[in-house]
Design a binder for this molecule. Structure first.
Ligand code: KE4
Length: 429
């Protein structure tokens, strides 16, 4: 493979865009490579501007669970676009989207659309603070909830990838209101509540963590959070921006049968267009302007293009028979193949997986259930693995601390291809 055009394009982009990218993880910094610039994608495949084609396991970081340029989604966008792209006035698209979300996500009675996962989580904690009249929020080291100031303390995703878990620009007065606990450690949560329980507005958690690599909630962890929040009168917020609609029609809350007070959504509900949402009980959501005092607004919130794409996507998920079972089958096939490859090559590692989201950690640990265990992974080995995978036509997340996503568009042959490429890469690590 050659990357001449991407190298040129990156050089040019860096002159006028900070780091040459509009989101840091795309810069391929932690895998020490020039990022590939994409020209097109269809189904499970993505093509860069040098004409190299890859099987895509990033899926635009999760949204494209049916693969790229799905006919039903393109048709929906086109039908909406010819009638105008945004009105700044209510449309029936928004009501239809809200009906779909309420019908599929068990804890949501009312929902507000925004334009990104970050906007959803920022708004959700403002709502929780307004509803409880408390100021602190509790998050978990390694969890990433977007780039809102309150979250950029011990954050995951790009913040870990680039070694920047805390960000300059976040004021000390903001940071003091964010309490940090350890994922899968209920004692660390209980201790903070014993100290500051009556000041904590909400716990916000990735119900299945995807931003320190995949870390699965241990038995009782999510229910434990539910019980502690209820005991102290705090709200429980499930950040389901990744897991929503991916792990089940009703996301992680359906899979684990634990009901949060507020759920944040994004990615999949936009069908690849910019969308976020947050929803919960009527009593809480009715605190929002214009009926309540908690303010939140957005010029393009609920715009007809994003709504039409998201409605088409949610209907595909709702109406495709055995949709999640099929994702599970393919993802399990991939996991088994990689474990076979580790047996053959003697490479040490482990996979954390729930449904179609997984992470292959290069590690000597026998389990990874906490941030500290995840941080022991060998990011340099991952970088070498990433490069060999890319050159074999496999497009993975350019970071050890992200997810590999299996989509409905991946065929069994695609899974066999990535398993073969994985073996080749492990043999040459
Ligand atoms: P956005 O603002 O990027 O739409 O969503 C923020 C967000 C919120 N919550 C969770 C659990 C998330 O994973 C995200 C964003 N995910 C990252 C990748 N893990 C987006 C990729 C990027 O930053 O470019």
């Amino acid at each position: 493979m050659q990357f001449t055009k991407s190298i040129e394009a990156f050089k040019k982009a860096q002159e006028i865009i900070p780091g040459g990218v509009n989101s840091p993880v795309r810069a391929f910094k932690s895998v020490k490579l020039n990022p590939v610039f994409i020209s097109k994608a269809k189904g499970a495949y993505i093509t860069d501007i040098d004409g190299n084609q890859y099987i895509d396991f990033v899926a635009s970081w999760g949204p494209l669970i049916f693969g790229h340029a799905h006919e039903a989604i393109l048709t929906a966008i086109n039908e909406a676009a010819v009638k105008g792209t945004s009105y700044g006035a209510p449309t029936e698209y928004e009501t239809e989207m809200a009906e779909l979300i309420v019908s599929m996500v068990p804890s949501i009675e009312k929902v507000r659309m925004v334009n990104s996962g970050t906007e959803a989580t920022m708004s959700a904690i403002r709502l929780a603070r307004g509803y409880t009249k408390r100021e602190c929020i509790l998050k978990f080291a390694g969890n990433y909830h977007g780039h809102g100031d309150s979250f950029l303390i011990k954050a995951g995703s790009g913040a870990i990838t680039l070694g920047l878990p805390d960000s300059p620009g976040v004021t000390s007065s903001t940071a003091k209101d964010t309490l940090i606990a350890e994922y899968n450690n209920l004692d660390s949560v209980r201790t903070l509540f014993q100290e500051k329980g009556n000041q904590i507005a909400a716990i916000i958690v990735e119900a299945v963590a995807g931003n320190m690599g995949v870390v699965v909630p241990t038995k009782g962890f999510l229910q434990g959070l539910r019980d502690i929040a209820t005991e102290y009168g705090a709200l429980l917020i499930f950040d389901e921006v990744i897991t929503g609609f991916r792990l089940a029609k009703g996301g992680a809350q359906e899979l684990y049968n634990v009901m949060p007070d507020i759920t944040t959504l994004g990615k999949i509900i936009g069908g690849g267009l910019p969308v976020g949402a947050y929803g919960g009980k009527k009593e809480i959501m009715d605190m929002l302007a214009p009926i309540g005092p908690v303010y939140q607004a957005g010029t393009l919130s609920g715009n007809p293009l994003a709504m039409s794409a998201g409605i088409a996507m949610l209907k595909l998920i709702r109406d495709t028979p055995d949709f999640h079972a099929e994702l599970e089958r393919k993802a399990a096939m991939l996991e088994a193949g990689i474990y076979r490859n580790m047996e053959i090559t003697g490479v040490k590692g482990l996979i954390n997986r729930v449904g179609s989201m997984m992470t292959f950690f290069f590690t000597n640990e026998t389990q990874i259930t906490t941030y500290d265990e995840a941080m022991k992974s060998d990011a340099d080995k991952y970088a070498r693995f990433f490069k060999m995978s890319l050159e074999s036509g496999i497009y993975l997340a350019p970071s050890q601390y992200e997810c590999l996503f299996v989509s409905y568009a991946h065929t069994d042959k695609d899974i066999e291809t990535i398993i073969a490429a994985n073996l080749l890469a492990l043999k040459n690590l």
